[in-house]
Design a protein around this ligand. Structure first.
Ligand SMILES: CC(=O)N[C@H]1[C@@H](OP(=O)(O)OP(=O)(O)OC[C@H]2O[C@@H](n3ccc(=O)[nH]c3=O)[C@H](O)[C@@H]2O)O[C@H](CO)[C@H](O)[C@@H]1O
Ligand SMILES: [Mn+2]
Length: 346
């Protein structure tokens, strides 16, 4: 009888211990959405995302017809089989349903240094209407003037805003290009724990239409609205071979604008780290690439092909007048700014 009780006690203690260990494990382990192993960078464990499409509900989605392409006027897939996202190429209901169940957090970096804090209100208010609606978004506002970040913007459920204090550099070029370094460091310091994906955006922009889960992918870049009709020899890549961003005339696929890029934390970390290193090498020999970090971004994407491309709908420019038949919907666009007024130097 006594023996039986001891066995029972021992079994209970062991079971309790196992439950405790399991709870501790659940608490400490990063949220893993993928069945595959998570990779590490100097001790950082990236949150993995499973891209398998599983629909939980019966959706009344339109049937895709193999012999009826949705867009015949534009390229919708690259030669390396990455989709190019255009209006009409995705069903918002299906794609939202696919991503919703993963409880994703999208880190969103936006720099507002000096007078660029003026752009924050419109940027944030329009983002709340159109950017990753239904997903958790964590904005990181990098600024030298925390007091100028508008405090009374209502954020939706699951949406957060943190301020990251950064120094102000003398020249606008330096402010712009140093973003690579500051984003890299912020990912290593804390963002890697706090999100599954990251998007890095310019602040002198406004959302006008949906930018949602259709834009998520491992490495995502947007095609510049001013150059997509030109041959690559005319893209404004850095051409001087003295720069690490140099791209020869006969290389390159698309010219991407640096106003929006993103992807999985791990991939964007590698991108920002490489660009930062190259920017430093250039600086040590007294060279600044023609379009600063955008030139380095383009060099990187010539070598490391993006897994998803956003059409110019995702990075339009208010200064671009005239009808572009292929643009059915402007989603995100640069506002017209008085450069002399907002920038530190000409
Ligand atoms: C049309 C055009 O010329 N576009 C180029 C110009 O973009 P932009 O005219 O879009 O550059 P920008 O003045 O918006 O600067 C880029 C971003 O850096 C931040 N910022 C910049 C300056 C400042 O004082 N405070 C601040 O916060 C802010 O988030 C801003 O959105 O320069 C970029 C890189 O340098 C790219 O080469 C662009 O292709
Ligand atoms: Mn800009």
């Amino acid at each position: 009888m006594i023996q039986k009780r001891e066995h029972w006690l021992l079994a209970s203690v062991m079971a309790g211990g196992m439950v405790l260990c399991w709870l501790v494990f659940l608490h400490c382990a990063p949220v893993s959405l993928n069945e595959g192993p998570s990779e590490n960078y100097e001790g950082l464990t990236w949150r993995q995302v499973n891209h398998q499409v599983v629909l939980n509900h019966r959706l009344q989605s339109k049937q895709a017809k193999l012999m009826e392409p949705v867009r015949t006027d534009v390229l919708t897939v690259t030669p390396w089989m990455a989709p190019i996202v255009w209006e009409g190429t995705f069903d918002p209901l299906v794609i939202d349903e696919t991503f919703r169940s993963h409880n994703l957090t999208i880190a969103t970096t936006v720099f507002a240094v000096g007078k660029y804090t003026h752009f924050l209100r419109d940027f944030l208010e329009s983002a709340e209407k159109h950017f990753m609606v239904g997903l958790d978004v964590h904005y990181y506002v990098f600024t030298d003037l925390p007091g100028d970040v508008p405090g009374n913007i209502t954020l939706g459920l699951g949406r957060l805003l943190s301020i990251v204090k950064v120094p102000k550099f003398d020249r606008w070029q330096e402010i712009s290009l140093r973003r690579m370094e500051l984003i890299q460091t912020a990912i290593e310091d804390h963002i890697y724990r706090e999100a599954h994906y990251i998007f890095c955006l310019d602040v002198d922009m406004r959302f006008h239409g949906r930018v949602g889960s259709e834009a998520l992918g491992r490495l995502v870049a947007a095609i510049h609205p001013w150059f997509y009709m030109y041959p690559r020899s005319q893209y404004p890549y850095e051409r001087r071979t003295v720069s690490t961003a140099s791209v020869p005339q006969d290389q390159g696929d698309f010219y991407y604008q640096a106003n929006i890029f993103g992807g999985a934390l791990e991939d964007v970390h590698r991108l920002t780290k490489t660009c930062r290193e190259h920017l430093e090498v250039d600086k040590s020999v007294g060279v600044e690439a023609v379009w600063q970090e955008e030139s380095h971004l383009n060099w990187y994407l010539v070598k490391n092909k993006p897994t998803k491309l956003l059409s110019p709908e995702y990075v339009w420019d208010d200064a671009k007048r005239g009808k572009a038949e292929e643009i059915k919907l402007v989603r995100f666009s640069s506002v017209i700014k008085n450069k002399a007024e907002v920038r530190e130097n000409p």
